[in-house]
Design a protein around this ligand. Structure first.
Ligand code: KIV
Ligand code: ZN
Length: 517
């Protein structure tokens, strides 16, 4: 069945494996925003989280399952009854739900991590798939570390879980160890040797430790895999997962080789990429394929001349097909609420209430007073910020004044509200941002270490908003904070306060898999 189909299923795991990037933890509402954008991109399956990992993760998967109609919503579970019951509960209200259960199958993982024999692993896998089938027909089984597992054992366990009712079999290269030819050969051999292989779709899930996640995934597709697990911008554990945009555009651009296609609306790719970068605070490198700002920019005169004469001389894809330049300039200070709402809806952003729309609109008008032209990127940053104000966060920036003069020590006067009470303080620092951070820290007393501070311009031009990302660490917990403003010192203060709010939020999650060691 799997290798004869011409449809390639795209399984997006940005909200689960992507969230396992250090500091990329997302709130429930942020997950819903990304899930809606993924639905608009028409991905087939959205893996929304690991429901047993924490109450926050359970609620996020449940909320995504309730919000999404078109894509299948999936919850991850180990091969343990409690995990599967929790995942089953979380996806219960999905229009289409899937349980994805996994156990390690490599000799090293079985012996050293699980301390189980292969027979015990096999029995547990069969039991888990049967348990998952009580909740849904749509059950996926993953052989974790399949890339370093023995082929004979893989064949044995996969045959057994297909018999038990798994309809998707995922072959992860968990540690990114495989090479394209070898990984493709594994997929081919599994199809050849497993007698009931035709009863399941074979999927792959490749990590990017050697920079080969996309190449390995594509090699698997050439050898019969019909589902690829991937993430927007290649986000994910360690060096990340296969990048969705690269896999999808490779299959589309080289349809002559792959002989299969996805159902994706590729014009939504750039929008999803920006949204994920904005929410997680992981900026996209300029030369990143498909979604980097330079991906379609021609600098050299010879290239520019060639493209002007005949686009295909130097371009193998059209920028507009992945969503670059679509509706570039959108709104300004005279735009009304309806134009604002409809532009956001076209970005996949919906409002739960008129009040939420009004709040966002006020912030939009404030921004439009400072910035002449409001682009999609500005709207996305604004929505991330508006979301921050919705969530009963303990600390809010009220006002700040920073004085920086050549030859003088910069000084910041900051007023913030903590739990509704206004506090004011003045501090000095090595620069204006340092002065502002010292002032804020002396009031909030987070005790966090600043691990990363980065500023990016959201659009071009000197009136562009600066988007600041900070990474804070306290007691082994990492969070990212974001802030955007036309004044980068204000953006910096917002980012620091956002990070502190995440640290103070006891419901916010740690690295999902840490919760279960
Ligand atoms: O990398 C991996 O093996 C995973 C599994 C849970 C599918 O993320
Ligand atoms: Zn993974």
């Amino acid at each position: 069945m799997s290798n004869s189909s011409d449809k390639l299923i795209i399984f997006d795991t940005t909200l689960r494996d992507g969230e396992q990037s250090p500091g990329a933890s997302m709130t429930k509402d942020e997950k819903i925003r990304i899930a809606r954008a993924l639905e608009k991109l028409r991905v087939d399956v959205i893996e929304a989280g690991f429901p047993i990992a924490s109450q926050g993760d359970f609620e996020a998967v449940k909320a995504v399952a309730e919000a999404i109609q078109e894509s299948t919503v999936c919850g991850l579970a180990r091969t343990l009854k409690a995990d599967i019951d929790r995942a089953g509960e979380a996806i219960k209200s999905a229009n289409s739900g899937r349980i994805h259960t996994f156990i390690a199958t490599s000799p090293m993982h079985m012996e050293r991590k699980l301390r189980m024999t292969p027979d015990q692993v096999l029995e547990q896998a069969i039991g888990a798939v049967k348990q998952a089938r009580r909740y849904t027909d749509n059950v996926e089984f993953s052989a974790e570390d399949a890339g370093r597992s023995e082929l004979d054992f893989l064949c044995r366990i996969i045959e057994a879980v297909i018999d038990a009712g798994a309809r998707t079999i995922n072959i992860p290269d968990t540690v990114g160890y495989n090479l394209p030819e070898q990984f493709g050969e594994t997929i081919r051999l599994l199809h050849e040797r497993i007698p009931n292989a035709d009863k399941a779709i074979f999927s792959v899930h490749c990590h990017n430790d050697l920079g080969l996640a996309v190449a390995n995934s594509l090699s698997a597709v050439l050898n019969g895999a019909r589902q690829v697990e991937c993430t927007i911008n290649g986000l994910g554990e360690r060096a990340g997962n296969a990048s969705l945009e690269e896999v999808v555009m490779a299959v589309r651009t080289r349809a002559d080789v792959f002989g299969c296609e996805t159902d994706l609306d590729t014009t939504q790719i750039v929008n999803c990429s920006r949204l994920v970068a904005n929410i997680t605070g992981f900026p996209v490198q300029p030369n990143k394929a498909i979604v980097g700002v330079n991906a379609f920019a021609h600098e050299s005169g010879i290239h520019q001349d060639g493209v002007l004469k005949h686009r295909e001389t130097y371009e193998i894809m059209r920028a507009e097909d992945v969503g670059w330049h679509a509706n570039r300039m959108v709104l300004g200070k005279h735009s009304g609420r309806n134009a604002f709402r409809s532009r956001l809806e076209s970005l996949g952003i919906h409002f739960d209430s008129e009040d939420a729309l009004n709040q966002a609109f006020i912030r939009f008008k404030n921004l439009a007073d400072k910035k002449h032209e409001i682009f999609d990127e500005d709207l996305q940053a604004l929505m991330t910020e508006t979301g921050q104000y919705d969530h009963n966060e303990r600390v809010h920036l009220v006002a700040m004044r920073v004085v920086s003069e050549t030859g003088k020590t910069p000084q910041a006067n900051v007023t913030i509200k903590i739990d509704g009470v206004a506090h004011h303080i003045q501090a000095q620092g090595d620069g204006p941002v340092d002065a502002a951070y010292r002032a804020i820290e002396s009031l909030v007393q987070s005790g966090a270490d600043l691990k990363l501070y980065s500023v990016n311009n959201i659009t071009s031009g000197t009136d562009s908003q600066g988007e600041v990302t900070v990474r804070l660490e306290k007691a082994g917990r990492l969070v990212n904070g974001q802030g955007a403003d036309t004044d980068i010192v204000v953006a910096s203060a917002k980012a620091y306060i956002n990070g502190c709010n995440k640290l103070f939020d006891s419901t916010s999650k740690t690295h999902p898999q840490n919760a279960m060691i």
